[in-house]
Design a protein around this ligand. Structure first.
Ligand code: FAD
Ligand code: MG
Length: 521
């Protein structure tokens, strides 16, 4: 029997499928659930309002769930090592459990707490549930290096077998909950309630209005909707509905925000989709991982970054090639603020600011535009903007995608000016232009014919729809066609190896409708 056990929530902000939490409530006289605002955990030092608000909602929801069973979530502000040292001394804790956070940026935080446990003779119990497989096992099975391509990753993952099914929900019936005296609360600066973003120094900007609600319960409700979409697709004979039919106008179906904070277990998501398939096609085993292929990208990037603390930068990052990017503050700001003069790009960036989420096809379009497509500005600059505004911003997943899209790593060199054309790409994924009209109100009355390239609209029409280009809506900051010529010359000179190496994977990643596959490469 342990005297007192703490479950330290970081990601994995849920009660279901939480193996470390199950360990925590086992064989202990007292149990504490703890979250620590240390300025970094969950990206709090770099985030904008929407993500911090999502985290606040999630912590509130966790606190409510714990209160229903007679406990609560203890939220502290400060350094985890110092807080745990005091909890050991004053509340007698002798075991700390947590979910593995495999990204290299958490190594120091977790290493310090591990050392503290060793120093004070406490148990430190870590369990894997943020990923389908243990990234370090994958690295080990690949001879000590992360697999360098997506296909290699799949092959190595195969050697570990299918991901484990979710573990049972906690049984609270015999759990005794620890309390914190007023004196100890004062000493530890225990937060009287889950701090709001404003109390953490982050204020809402005009117009910010997130599309996702944080918490385990909303995540599970959203999953139920998502499973219906998957089921309908299976019925119609296809898979990956969110990718095959990118819907930019309906409510977002992606589970990425919930998965990022762990409001939803990735193993539950994986197995629920597999089970829907098996139930429908009775007896037939699903086509291995392709039903949830997007999750493999997530695993792949986590694995790539697990031992690479420089994964989010170009220099000193062994997998990222050095590219002589341009430096232009004005162009970078125009991109960031949605004033490039390309309506589809601007709509995406404005949606990002407002809602904290954009569809994968939009991310691809804006990332390509900033980097190898048009502005030739470093992906690191774009990554910082994504880190700030995306609710689902993930240190490694975002950096990995930015390197991929900008052709900076993974040997996937894109050379498809047609498909990532800031005009045609948007027109293909949402031809009516209503997506643009929603986020770029200046263009609300522009007819479909010109909405993707309003500079072509006759002056008379511009006057009629009250949108003069150059006055009410900006001129293009670059001419795409000219830029592509310049860039491809540059690439020929400086990077002779720059060519697509696997067209099939490019198509899958870009999620293009089959009708425009011929335009890739
Ligand atoms: P779902 O089907 O609901 O997918 C579930 C999970 O699959 C998501 O949680 C996500 O983690 C994973 N996933 C899907 N696509 C990818 C991908 N290309 N790479 C890695 N994982 C993937 N996703 C994030 O979660 N956080 C990020 O910070 C992030 N940054 C991105 C930056 C760029 C430049 C690009 C192009 C993509 C980025 N993505 C990121 C991946 C993807 O766009 C989002 O996860 C998106 O919300 C997935 O939508 P979905 O409907 O396919 O998700
Ligand atoms: Mg999807």
């Amino acid at each position: 029997m342990i005297k007192a056990s703490v479950h330290w929530f970081r990601h994995g902000l849920r009660l279901h499928d939480n193996p470390a939490l199950l360990e925590s409530i086992k064989d202990t006289e007292k149990f504490y659930a703890v979250f620590i605002h240390d300025g970094h955990t969950a990206g709090t030092n770099i985030t904008g309002y929407n993500r911090l608000n999502f985290l606040t909602e999630t912590l509130n929801s966790l606190d409510e769930q714990l209160r229903e069973v007679g406990s609560q979530l203890f939220v502290f502000k400060g350094n985890p090592t110092e807080i745990f040292r005091i909890l050991h001394k004053e509340a007698g804790i002798t075991r700390i459990t947590c979910e593995q956070d495999c990204e290299a940026i958490w190594n120091k935080r977790d290493g310090d707490v591990r050392n503290l446990c060793q120093e004070l003779g406490m148990d430190f119990v870590e369990r894997i549930s943020h990923t389908l497989w243990d990234p370090f096992k994958i690295i080990e099975n690949n001879g000590g290096q992360p697999p360098l391509t997506y296909e290699m990753f799949l092959q190595v993952a195969q050697t570990l077998g299918l991901p484990p099914r979710p573990c049972p929900d906690p049984d609270w019936s015999n759990v005794l909950f620890g309390e914190i005296s007023d004196e100890l609360a004062a000493k530890l600066k225990l937060c009287p309630h889950v701090p709001k973003p404003e109390e953490l120094g982050c204020t809402k900007k005009n117009g910010e209005c997130p599309v996702y609600v944080g918490g385990e319960h909303p995540a599970l409700l959203h999953l139920a909707d998502r499973l219906r979409v998957e089921e309908e697709a299976f019925q119609d004979g296809y898979i990956l509905p969110n990718q095959v039919n990118p819907d930019l106008l309906g409510p977002p179906m992606s589970m990425s925000a919930a998965l990022r904070f762990g409001c939803l277990s990735v193993r539950k998501f994986y197995w629920d989709i597999q089970d829907v398939y098996v139930k429908m096609y009775e007896g037939e085993s699903p086509p291995s991982h392709s039903l949830t292929a997007q999750l493999i990208w997530r695993e792949y990037f986590y694995c790539m970054s697990a031992n690479n603390p420089k994964f989010d930068q170009m220099k000193e990052n062994p997998i990222c090639i050095d590219i002589p990017w341009y430096d232009s503050k004005e162009k970078l700001s125009a991109w960031e603020e949605g004033r490039t003069g390309y309506p589809f790009i601007d709509a995406c960036m404005r949606q990002l600011h407002k809602e904290g989420w954009i569809h994968h096809v939009c991310r691809t379009a804006v990332a390509c535009f900033l980097t190898r497509g048009d502005l030739w500005i470093s992906w690191e600059a774009g990554l910082k903007v994504f880190y700030k505004y995306l609710i689902d911003a993930d240190w490694s997943v975002s950096a990995g995608n930015w390197m991929w899209v900008s052709s900076s790593a993974f040997e996937r060199q894109l050379d498809c000016s047609t498909c990532i054309c800031p005009v045609n790409y948007g027109r293909r994924v949402e031809p009516t232009g209503d997506y643009i009209r929603r986020y770029v109100p200046e263009l609300a009355s522009m007819p479909q014919e010109y909405i993707f390239e309003p500079w072509k609209a006759p002056r008379k029409l511009q006057k009629k729809v009250k949108c003069i280009i150059g006055r009410d809506y900006p001129e293009r900051i670059v001419i795409h066609e000219e830029m592509m010529k310049e860039i491809s010359l540059k690439l020929k000179r400086e990077m002779p190896h720059c060519c697509p190496s696997n067209p099939d994977e490019i198509k899958k990643f870009l999620r293009l409708p089959t009708t425009c596959y011929h335009n890739v490469c």
